[in-house]
Design a protein. Structure first.
Length: 297
């Protein structure tokens, strides 16, 4: 039997997720459709592709071979898509952009509005997501992120050094006092992370500098921690550009000299000459650089 991509993508989705529900979500179909398509492929090939286990689906030998074939087909299709998109000289079309929640809240949206005013033919799709995205799979055309790109197929530039500091609501500091050093935080409430702090440099810094006993409130992202600080729940470690011009907040201890992160704008190397990608990286990238510098003074 000859398999087409439409058949293999169902097998690939199940292989990647390990269960039907997640695979159905990834392909934007319902669970019953996923189940029927898998059964149809297995019936056509005359072999089971997955073992049905209590904790999910595990590929059989035949299933693993089809998954590997699907991965090769996907890689070729994505490479062709990037190559054709890379030749696009029009300042129009869809542009997928991803950034962190703090950048999306504080800096990026007004810059995208100005970019759209200049290029109304470009439809920007903004995904606010702190996780790294797969640029090779076109999960995004442009990413603005806090880490230097390590992948050899990415192209980009550093926009800024991001400074960090502790901030708290002015009313909180008025009632509880302002700590003068980290050792004084033991008598205060600190806003920390709910889980996996080592995934961020700032989270790692916080866990090393302050004992868990000082944490009075936990949240899963910097925007939530920023909102919590404004509400008077404690002292939060935040990027300076997010909190410095907020009149509800006051800095504690000043800028931190031992915590510095970077901000980069990147795209896949095959897309760097696409007109809408190049224009966004130049115009919006320069705007981000200016705003981070202004807000960090």
């Amino acid at each position: 039997m000859t398999f087409g991509w439409d058949d293999l993508r169902f097998v690939l989705a199940i292989g990647r997720s390990g269960n039907l529900a997640a695979a159905a979500t990834a392909l934007s179909v319902n669970h019953s459709t996923m189940f029927r398509r898998l059964n149809a492929v297995e019936a056509a090939i005359g072999a089971k592709l997955f073992e049905r286990l209590a904790n999910g689906y595990r590929p059989t030998e035949a299933g693993q071979r089809l998954i590997e074939a699907a991965e090769r087909m996907e890689a070729e299709a994505l490479a062709l898509d990037r190559e054709l998109t890379g030749r696009d000289t029009r300042l129009s079309g869809k542009l997928r952009v991803t950034c962190s929640e703090t950048l999306g809240l504080k800096v990026l949206t007004p810059l995208i509005r100005a970019f759209r005013d200049r290029h109304p033919g470009i439809v920007v799709e903004l995904s606010v997501d702190n996780r790294p995205v797969d640029m090779a799979r076109r999960e995004a055309d442009v990413a603005i992120r806090a880490t230097r790109p390590a992948e050899g197929d990415l192209f980009g530039r550093k926009l800024a050094d991001v400074r960090w500091g502790f901030f708290a609501a002015r009313d909180y500091l008025k009632s509880r006092g302002t700590p003068k050093r980290l050792a004084d935080f033991g008598t205060h409430d600190v806003i920390g992370w709910t889980e996996n702090p080592v995934q961020t440099k700032a989270g790692t810094y916080l866990s090393k500098q302050l004992p868990a006993a000082t944490i009075g409130f936990r949240a899963s992202g910097f925007v939530s921690q920023y909102v919590a600080a404004r509400a008077g729940l404690g002292i939060a470690l935040l990027p300076v550009y997010l909190a410095s011009d907020d009149k509800e907040l006051a800095p504690v201890l000043g800028r931190l000299d031992d915590l510095l992160t970077e901000m980069w704008i990147v795209t896949h190397r095959s897309l760097k000459d696409t007109a809408r990608v190049r224009s966004f990286m130049d115009d919006v990238g320069d705007g981000v650089k200016r705003e981070i510098a202004r807000l960090s003074r």
